[in-house]
Design a protein around this ligand. Structure first.
Ligand SMILES: *Cc1c(COP(=O)(O)O)cnc(C)c1O
Length: 293
């Protein structure tokens, strides 16, 4: 098992929130582990148990060059004395960025594949080739979303619900795995709003549904806050990150959490979050990528 630290809930106070009559809390899950952090800790929890039960000694997964998932898998494998292999999209560019430098220090073997091959990564032939090349491994999909990842997020959601009262949970959505687990753990009177970090994120509704085992209607995806798409940002978002750090001592990353908090403010402004409600933002981590170069 990877170690876990209990994380605080931070209240954000500002005249804007007071005027809107909204209490804003942030679950600082970014602080749960220095390297396997945020939602990635929970997404890996039951997968690591499963790999262990299967007697696997190697984790293999996929990601882009700045992937938080790749980072977490390399750190988890190293902490557990396992090997790790990262299949990375595109060609090697030197000098390596800080994410790839980190995964190498944790012993991850990086294997670059063309964008074309990468697109076919779930296909049986490609997986077979990987097995011939690397031997037996426990495979984690890109972004780490599978049924065991959703199970881990459900466990976390139930803990959070028991820990404190809130009305609306807001969190960033990449693949939808975290969102599905979180929704499954909510009480009926609570709702979840997922902020899509992808352009054209409407399809994420289907992705979340795919991972939900029971019907639920107390959730929705908001799509206006992607700033041009995955990992895209602009001056406004970067200024927002700096101001949030200065005014509230809350660190955010530009890929996931800054878009989420920005979206929360906009939804409040637009009257899409009820007055006198308590909003819980889930800080999913991702700070390794915040200043990545
Ligand atoms: C991976 C990641 C997400 C997205 O989680 P999904 O389960 O893929 O939706 C959100 N926030 C951070 C910081 C992440 O690293």
């Amino acid at each position: 098992m990877i170690s876990y630290s209990q994380t605080p809930i931070q209240e954000i106070e500002s005249p804007f929130l007071t005027e809107a009559g909204v209490r804003l809390l942030v679950k600082r899950e970014d602080l749960n582990h220095p390297e396997v952090s945020g939602n990635k800790w929970w997404k890996l929890k039951y997968n690591l148990e499963q790999a262990n039960e299967e007697g696997q000694d190697t984790l293999l997964t996929f990601g882009g060059a700045y992937s938080n998932h790749l980072y977490a898998v390399a750190a988890a494998a190293s902490a557990l004395g396992m090997k790790s292999i990262g299949i990375v999209r595109g060609e090697e560019t030197l000098p390596l960025n800080s994410t790839l430098r980190f995964v190498k220090t944790r012993g991850m073997e990086i294997h670059y594949v063309s964008r074309q091959a990468y697109r076919e990564k779930q296909n049986a032939n490609f997986l077979h080739e990987l097995e011939e090349k690397f031997g037996r491994f426990y495979m984690l999909p890109e972004g780490g979303t599978n049924a065991l990842a959703v199970k881990g997020c459900l466990e976390f959601s139930m803990q959070l619900v028991a820990e404190t009262e809130f009305d609306t949970l807001c969190l960033p959505v990449g693949t939808g795995g975290t969102m599905a687990g979180m929704v499954a753990g909510l009480k009926q009177h609570q709702q979840a709003i997922g902020i899509s970090v992808l352009k054209h994120g409407e399809f994420l509704n289907e992705e979340v549904k795919r991972w939900l085992t029971a019907d639920a209607s107390n959730w929705r995806i908001e799509t206006g806050f992607d700033f041009g798409g995955y990992a895209k940002s602009n001056r406004e978002l970067l200024d927002f990150i700096r101001m949030t750090q200065e005014q509230h001592n809350l660190p955010l990353d530009q890929v996931y959490t800054a878009k989420t908090l920005f979206g929360i403010y906009e939804l409040i402004r637009a009257g899409k979050i009820r007055r006198s409600s308590v909003v819980m933002m889930l800080h999913t981590g991702g700070l390794q990528g915040a200043l990545a170069e």
